[in-house]
Design a protein around this ligand. Structure first.
Ligand SMILES: Cc1cc2nc3c(=O)[nH]c(=O)nc-3n(C[C@H](O)[C@H](O)[C@H](O)COP(=O)(O)OP(=O)(O)OC[C@H]3O[C@@H](n4cnc5c(N)ncnc54)[C@H](O)[C@@H]3O)c2cc1C
Length: 462
């Protein structure tokens, strides 16, 4: 068997892995990147997650603004959006491939990697049965996650079950999309397909909508989505899925255990993502996993084997592309730095759910701040108070700030308004810089902008 020798081997072409590969190669290391699918150069984000979904969010908002009246017109907007998304993804995938492939110190290998020892991996080359052996000093696992399919009777047999990946490949707009799971993926898809004109129903097993948000914020989000036409069933436990000639029936129980049935022509399963680790034969490298199958790491992302790290979703941390990128910084710092950066260095990590308007959050909610024993001052403002939001015709929404009443430090902020995915970064920066709320209240922002709403929001803090 052919053996190839590298300084560093990276398994998986995701955000953290590819960025680390380019960095180490530019430092003169000889790096291999193994990727199991030519359709996945650039990883999950570019091919099947952040980029395609956000392209569809924008297209769906555009479609809705044209008020198409017939289903054929809605279908035409949708098909065009899917094609446009595909063009964007294809070009970014190529760009990603080229960026590593053209680096003289990087070798991209198409194949499925499997450990045979802590320094050796076998790769079954794509499209062949050929196996090569790779030996590397350092190995970084970056194999990501995939949609988790729960063992609901009938789910596997149904022809109308989709994951976030496969639904976006369909060029036919569903008449009625049934979404199992009210997490961020489920809500984003509900919002997208509703804006394109599908009927949308979301089933959520928990009795609480958006459990990590304050109840006042969650209520406004739910009311807004309902006003847009999304239907919610909380406490809804899906029991059975059954295909019939023209539709699929989803049977679910409510809080009282009563059985109900709803029919749709597409069912999206969005109940979380599972680690992609089974085929790695991690035990051959003495790399341990958690009870949920993710690779066990310490705060420096070192696995239980000294020469092996794990970056991105596979290490069980928060599942965001920018966390995978920050994982890269942590490992980079050990190769060429002081080695001090760790997951503990992360402060005030913001997040966004790309419904319409976007829901963004950083820091503590009011409820969490009170649980931590803070005395808090609260400011709340309707999104319609912002002129830019009015110009964008996104007047639904609510802004909320939580401030330490003693120190005036910002403890947390939730922005449910247009462009909040941009504005939340300003609040996160202010929190990291330990600015008090008066600084955001009095700082100069451009006009008209959504950012200037921070002046108004923090003015409301006593
Ligand atoms: C629908 C959806 C929307 C999302 N939207 C956002 C968003 O807006 N913003 C955001 O920050 N995050 C978003 N995320 C999360 C984000 O996509 C992930 O956190 C991120 O892509 C994880 O990257 P990663 O570095 O872990 O690796 P990945 O990008 O998952 O890459 C792993 C790669 O490893 C390859 N691989 C796996 N096993 C092997 C093997 N044995 N051998 C060789 N190759 C292998 C895979 O083919 C894959 O290409 C979204 C996720 C989903 C599902």
């Amino acid at each position: 068997m052919e053996t190839q020798q590298f300084d560093t081997l990276i398994i998986g072409f995701g955000k953290g892995g590819k960025t680390l590969a380019a960095f180490l190669a530019n430092k003169g290391m000889n790096v291999a990147v193994v990727e199991q699918s030519k359709e996945m150069y650039g990883g999950t984000c570019i091919n099947v997650a952040c980029i395609p979904t956000k392209s569809l969010v924008l297209s769906a908002e555009h479609a809705a603004s044209h008020h198409p009246s017939t289903f054929e017109e809605k279908q035409a907007f949708y098909r065009h959006a899917i094609e446009e998304k595909q063009r964007l993804v294809t070009s970014l995938r190529q760009k990603n491939y080229d960026s590593l492939h053209t680096n003289p110190n990087v070798t991209v290998i198409d194949g499925l990697a499997r450990f045979v020892s802590p320094h050796e991996v076998h790769v079954v080359l794509s499209g062949t049965r050929d196996v090569i052996q790779i030996r590397a000093e350092h190995i970084v696992i970056s194999t990501g996650t995939k949609p988790f399919l729960p063992p609901i009777p009938g789910l596997k047999q149904s022809q109308r079950i989709y994951t976030s990946t496969t639904l976006m490949e369909q060029k036919r707009l569903p008449h009625h999309l049934l979404v199992i799971g009210g997490g961020y993926v489920g809500l984003e898809f509900a919002s997208i397909y509703r804006a394109f004109g599908s009927e949308v129903t979301v089933f959520e097993q928990q009795g609480i909508f958006l459990p990590r948000q304050d109840r006042d914020v969650a209520a406004v989000v739910q009311q807004t989505m309902q006003a847009q036409g999304v239907q919610f069933h909380l406490h809804a436990s899906v029991q059975h899925i059954h295909d019939e000639a023209a539709h699929t029936s989803v049977e679910f129980t409510d809080e009282q255990g009563q059985i109900h049935t709803l029919q749709g022509d597409a069912v999206l399963v969005a109940v979380g993502r599972a680690a992609v680790a089974a085929e790695l034969a991690l035990e051959q490298a003495h790399v341990e996993t958690t009870e949920h199958g993710f690779v066990k790491v310490d705060e420096y992302l070192r696995t239980t084997t000294p020469n092996i790290w794990a970056v991105g979703d596979i290490n069980g941390g928060p599942q965001f592309t920018y966390i995978s990128l920050d994982d890269y910084r942590i490992v980079r710092d050990q190769f060429y730095g002081e080695g001090k950066r760790s997951t503990q260095s992360r402060q005030h990590v913001p997040s966004s759910i790309f419904i319409t308007p976007t829901l963004s959050h950083v820091g503590l909610t009011e409820e969490e701040a009170l649980q931590h024993g803070y005395e808090v001052n609260i400011a709340k403002l309707p999104a319609a108070a912002n002129t830019r939001a009015q110009m964008l015709r996104e007047t639904a929404g609510l802004l909320k700030a939580v401030v330490d009443a003693r120190t005036h430090q910002i403890l947390g902020c939730t922005l449910y308004c247009a462009e909040s995915n941009e504005v939340i970064n300003t609040v996160a920066m202010a929190m990291r810089a330990h600015m008090d709320h008066q600084t955001l209240r009095d700082t100069i922002f451009t006009h008209p902008s959504v950012s200037e709403v921070l002046n108004d929001l923090f003015t409301l803090i006593p």
